[in-house]
Design a protein around this ligand. Sequence first.
Ligand SMILES: [Zn+2]
Length: 591
Amino acid sequence: MKREEVKTSYKWKLDDIYPDDKAWEEDFALAQKQLCFTQYRGKLHDKVQLLSFHKAMDEFGKRLDKLAAYAHLHHDGDINNNEYAVMYSKIHALYSKYSTEVSFYEPEVSKLDDGFLDSLISDPDFSDYDYHFKRVKARKKHAVSEEEEKIIGLAYDVFGMFSDTFGVLDNLDLPLPEIEYGGEKTKLSHGLYGVIIHGDDREKRREAYEKYYAAYLGLINTITSTYVGNVKSDVLLSKVYKFSSCLDMALFEEDVDRAVYDNLLKCVDKNLSSMHRYIADRKKILGYDKQYFYDIYAPLVSGVDFKLPYDEAFDFVVSGLSVLGEEYCRLFKKGRDERWIDVEETDGKRNGAYCASCYGVHPYVLLNYHPSISEVFTIAHEMGHAMHTYFSQNNQPYYKSQYKIFVGEVASTVNEVLLLKYMLSTATDINLKKYLLNYYLDTIRVTLHRQTMFAEFESEVHTVLEKEQPLTKENMCAIYTEISKKYYGEEIEHDDKIACEWARVPHFYSSFYVYKYATGIISAINIAKRILSEGGSAVKDYMKFLSGGASTDPVSLLKLAGVDLSKSQPFEIAMREFEETLDEFEKLMGL
Ligand SMILES: [Zn+2]
């Protein structure tokens, strides 16, 4: 389909940002003129100057966000349109100029004394920045000399090379072989591997798995060296910044207490018997004597026909979320009616789905809608992001409006869980029920258990180097196998390929990132369950969370919605949810 052929109500309304390109150009020129902050250099110890600097930064930031959103969304709507590609690159240039221009800020505020910082934190004039200055104060404990900071700044590029090298290897140099698929020989890309491994054809899955892992195993020495380099740079930085471990450094950056991380690992560990049961069930349902890792994504329930045209799908999602109350649903529909959403797949449009924010305007959602059950969940998911963005931007000042990664997937997952429960409670087709229960189990397995398993692996690997012991491919594969056996149990065969699965996970190059997926889904399950059992009061609390943006630390934000991750209870609730879903699934499957 061509973009011109799409009906207007299915295209996002980007003239809410700027009426036309000319208006964008004018505002861009204004931004260029506005980009001048050096007059504040050396003056940030003065309250008046500091406040004026922050206000000026906010004004500039808002303008830059609008400019960027307009260029980026137009560009994603039609990647072949050169005009927007040019706009997009102009924005990139402006961004890098901006970060150079304000680079004096960090070192200067880190030298402000505690008394002065306290006076900022309690000053109503600085209320937009109170949390920011609390963090500045906390970071002082880990400050280094200016000379050291300069050297580290220069070295960051070098540290980043491990991740870059793996990226190049994984996306360009990895010798992925050919495979016969759909009647023709084609390269076994990452995308195709994903399709095959989720498919019905066991022999094809086995072939793809063997070939895919052989490519990584062939480069295992190189990948080991790259990954060890990455861990070594974490260890070096944690020592320079006076943290007791790499994990503590990562948690400090997020402003998350160590108890959250420990609760996660402990609680998942304690409840692995239900995972073992699920893995054993899979083997039984699939009817295999032996189950291998190329079977772990094989579909258990097929023949589900759930194809709604977009308008019906959207209304269906709204019905599923009606428990969130009138205001939420009204805004949800407003998003559709006022064209926040780009619905159809068209030539040159970016694939996938996402939500983008634009402060002062409204969020935008990109879809490529095709009638299927998973895309109904995509609407709920992306609109969940949009609502979180909307509420935060309408209740927080600019500086506190953009929610952080730690809470970033909570609102989207709450919607998915609520929709799933609605579908389960209304479905009359037993096969659809089986499918939904299995979908839920797999979502929790992949987002909660698997990511916690990854977290445990990276934690152990970092500890090895912190204790100054050698990190080799042999001990990393041994650590991985041991953890994987613990997570999946006896009913799946561990071979030499799965032992090196760590070698193909790009996320390991952003150390201590994956646990946030697990805490995200745990929080969402808790919130959804509470809303379904308590109704109005729980919804009210949830709205406080959605309106919280980045006004304080992520654990406190979640507490607003009634989830206290510093305690073990929410983790236990999520594990019970998995177990109860499994009970129900087994009953329906006649196990
Ligand atoms: Zn998302």
